[in-house]
Design a protein around this ligand. Sequence first.
Ligand code: V07
Length: 254
Amino acid sequence: MIKRLWAKLGKSSLPTADSLTLENIPQHVAIIMDGNGRWAKNRGLPRVAGHHSGMKTVKRITIAADRLGIKYLTMYAFSTENWKRPKSEVDFLMKLPQQFLEIELDELISNNVQVRMMGTREKLPQHTLYALEEAMRKTANNTGLVLNFALNYGSRMEMLDAVKEIAKDVQEGHITVDGIDDALMSSRLLSCDIPDPDLLIRTSGELRLSNFMLWQLAYSELWFTDVYWPEFTDKHFYGAIQEYQRRARRYGGL
Ligand code: V07
């Protein structure tokens, strides 16, 4: 449980979790944190102000997830397509992991959170990598919430890399074509040691997966909201979980 972070936020911001049942909490929630730029634009602010504000939501939702006993939280922070954005925006985004960890790492450590990264290290600036690797090293043995950042991540690339590895193994005679199955494919993905998400949340009204965890989301519940990520609160998060539980109950009744 994250205690200090949570205490800092004060009582008034405690979400109303009354209507949630602690049974059937999803084990793994994945989030596409969309709408930061649009949120900023609507307020006459530069896009980067939206990204900065979105970082605060990351913190709040991490606390909320931990409080509920969710075991894995995956957040889509930067896609392989995001490199196409203006250099100034990319440079700003690449400073966020460092900034976030500078403020939060100590508390993440004391709250037993394990920080991970899912994506390609290639192209990431040294300073970004350094901050990430330090966080992963210092939290590697933590047994609480797994906070998994999808950073420089793209699902088709991930699957192509897996397929190439498998093809090589067949070519070299380590496995047979008939030996290729779901489990083998899963074991070659970047998420190999994390269960598939039970629930995907996407903010900001877009109804797409945008190359995010295409294999892993095959059976997941999908939940969309029009709310922009900087305005996404614990209450919205609880709402998504509640809807997940409602669907799970209905499914179980059939
Ligand atoms: C980023 C803030 C959230 C909205 C989406 C885009 C902008 C947190 C991180 C982060 C990443 C790794 C890590 C710790 C924190 C982050 C990027 C963008 C690139 F170990 N937020 N955030 N990274 N945004």
